[in-house]
Design a protein around this ligand. Structure first.
Ligand code: K7E
Ligand code: CUA
Length: 656
């Protein structure tokens, strides 16, 4: 490929502009070479040697972040099958942290000490440990429809679970799951003040985890939308204050909460209104074609504030411990309405003003723009086009929409910028289409590589999107990276949307599971802790642990329930460092990192016991286990904390 050579003058201007943008006294600018002929010469030579075009160099200058530099945005991406969340800096596309959520994660000691084992177990289904998850949609907590940087929620599609991550320490605090539903997908989405975290079922099943033959699909199988009540003060979901609405056995898909004009409403897509359940060997069409017969599926409209009042009035039944508004009650009380949506819709994305609701059909070429004013008007006038088989009123399609945008083949998800534009991912075409909300016309398309699923723009699903950056989350990478065998990473592509056009800046392989959605928050909205204070904090209770240990109080106590070791960790020793127990005794280690210096993290591992906890400064952890095998087990610090880190070790002696 022939690449254009960057003219020397343009390059000099770029370098000059960059240098002048630096603060006086900035050590980085002081270290930058002067702009002179020889540098221009060497840059040109470098470009030639690496085969870089002018566009490549511009992209590099827009993303390169020198040592010590900070990113302007943080992207929280679902980790897909990893069951975790990836925090990525933008525009550098540097991975900042893999946040352990639903699956064990050794570095964070997640799943190898009492607190996190209990936390993971709180997500067990039918008493069975679930040690993987299929995370899909992260949702940052919001205040007045804007990200507030306090909490992050994420769902596990496979096992119908929802987790709460506290952004003060980027750590998972809670996992909730309800036997009401067996899978979820329209999760997690929050109401504009994070009153509720929404989780809707995907694959219908008898509610409450009971059995019914699949031939009874129409009568016995159901979907549901769960409204998990969030207590912001406590930073936890309150299951007892949560509730759900029963829905027909269509496959409820993505959801979005109304905002501004549509505040108080929730919108949930569905597909498979055909109620196909497969059975290709039993004379039925396979699910994928059975579910694609109808021209229209139904967008579900739910006024959640009104529903909340119906719950408060006690008009619910309890299934699997969850208060549920039955479909019958929902219809009678005006809590559930349908409006047709073209062929196998996927994304539903409410525009910043809350007035436009954009739905894209996977098997359609349009994005359909519903007008909330029109929807609300039709509901108020009770102007319906009949009912579905379950008695849910259906609004007339033509009178509900403001228009349709001819997007291309396989539109999926939509995001917004600050200038009245929408961006829709186009899966089959492998493009992102930018279009105008005002006149519903496509402005530009950019190819992406390949098979784009979700896209995320900076704060692009809030009431005040930033524009600037968009990340295309591509399912296939094919030829973008060095080959690593048949299982190939996904590809996050950073796109500059700041100017009039869209420009591809950077490819980032995502090698840990298939991410679905992500949200991108302005970094200065996050205020994470440097260390845990006060010393001895139990990071799951947010309080000083009753067994926290201070310097000088280290000891070993024998109690009826076993041997209690009260231990401190400080550079560069554990105290006590020798633990003597008898075979069969239960051991309880209570260990506190008594340091308050940033980054002075220790880890406590004991060989052959499956024990490893991370001890960030100030953190307390509890570990309990039965010393069932006699032997000599070294214990040691797993973080290279000081020059004498290797000496930060000890022994557990289990006497036969
Ligand atoms: Cu992959 Cu939102 Cu689960 Cu679309 S979803 S791509
Ligand atoms: Cu403490 Cu290494």
């Amino acid at each position: 490929m022939i690449r254009s050579r960057l003219p020397i003058v343009a390059l000099s201007i770029l370098v000059l502009a960059l240098a002048s943008a630096c603060e006086p006294g900035d050590t980085r600018s002081a270290m930058r070479p002067a702009t002179n002929g020889s540098m221009n010469g060497s840059l040109t030579a470098l470009m030639e040697a690496r085969g870089l075009s002018e566009a490549d160099v511009v992209a590099a200058l827009k993303t390169y972040t020198p040592t010590g530099g900070r990113d302007e945005y943080v992207q929280f991406a679902s980790g897909g099958h990893s069951g975790q969340v990836f925090a990525i800096g933008l525009p550098s596309m540097r991975m900042l942290k893999v946040i352990a959520v639903f699956t064990p994660e050794p570095w964070q000691g997640f799943g190898y000490g009492d607190e996190t084992v209990d936390l993971l177990d709180s997500g067990n289904r039918n008493g069975k440990p679930m040690r993987w998850a299929d995370t899909h949609h992260p949702a940052l907590s919001e205040t007045n429809g804007d990200y507030d940087g306090k909490f992050l929620f994420i769902n596990d599609k496979a096992n119908a679970r929802v987790a709460v991550v506290d952004l003060r320490d980027f750590a998972t605090k809670q996992i909730v799951t309800s036997k009401l539903i067996e899978s979820d997908h329209g999760a997690t989405f929050v109401t504009p003040n994070t009153e509720y975290v929404i989780e809707s079922a995907q694959y219908p099943a008898p509610l409450g985890g009971t059995y019914a033959p699949i031939e009874d699909y129409d009568e016995k199988y159901r979907g549901a939308v769960i409204f998990w009540k969030f207590d912001r003060e406590k930073g936890r979901i309150v299951p007892e204050e949560s509730w759900a609405i029963e829905t027909p056995p269509y496959m409820q898909d993505l959801a979005d909460a109304g905002k501004r004009a549509s505040d108080g409403w929730v919108f949930v897509n569905s597909f498979n209104t055909e109620r196909s359940w497969g059975g290709s060997e039993e004379g039925n069409p396979p699910m994928e074609s059975g579910a694609s017969q109808n021209d229209m599926d139904y967008l579900h409209l739910i006024p959640w504030r009104k529903a909340e009042a119906v719950v408060a009035a006690g008009k619910t039944e309890t299934i699997a411990g969850m208060r549920v508004i039955s479909m019958e009650t929902a219809v009678a009380e005006g809590l559930l309405f349908f409006v047709p949506e073209p062929k196998s819709p996927h994304g539903v994305d409410v525009a910043p003003d809350g007035e436009d609701i954009v739905v894209s059909g996977k098997l359609d070429t349009h994005a359909t723009v519903y007008s909330f004013t029109k929807l609300k008007g039709l509901i108020d006038q009770q102007k319906f086009d009949g009912k579905d088989p379950y008695g849910v009123p259906i609004l007339p399609f033509e009178e509900s929409i403001r228009g349709q945008v001819e997007i291309g083949l396989g539109p999926l998800h939509t995001q917004y910028d600050a200038d009245g534009n929408a961006y829709t991912s186009v899966f089959i075409e492998s493009t992102v289409a930018k279009w105008s909300l005002a006149d519903l016309q496509v402005i530009e398309k950019i190819p992406v590589h390949y098979n784009v699923g979700h896209i995320a723009a900076a704060e692009g699903d809030t009431v005040s999107p930033d524009g600037k950056y968009l990340v295309a989350m591509n399912k296939w990478a094919i030829d973008r990276f060095n080959d690593v065998g048949p299982l190939i990473p996904q590809n996050f592509q950073l796109i500059d949307i700041a100017g009039d056009g869209m420009n591809l800046l950077y490819d980032m392989p995502i090698p840990g599971g298939e991410p679905h959605y992500a949200q991108i928050i302005k970094a200065d909205k996050l205020a994470p802790w440097d260390v845990y204070t006060p010393v001895g904090l139990n990071v799951l209770t947010d309080e000083v642990d009753p067994n926290a240990v201070t310097g000088g109080e280290e000891r070993i106590e024998r109690r009826p329930d076993g041997v209690h070791v009260f231990m401190t960790a400080i550079r560069s020793h554990f105290k006590p460092d020798v633990i003597r127990v008898k075979q069969g005794e239960r051991v309880h280690i209570h260990v506190t990192n008594v340091e308050q210096a940033k980054d002075a993290t220790h880890g406590l591992a004991i060989g052959s016991q499956n024990i490893n906890v991370s001890l960030e400064p100030g953190k307390h952890a509890n570990i309990s286990f039965v010393a069932d095998e006699p032997g000599v087990f070294p214990l040691y610090c797993t973080e290279f904390c000081s020059a004498l880190h290797l000496e930060m070790a000890g022994y557990m002696l289990v006497e036969p």
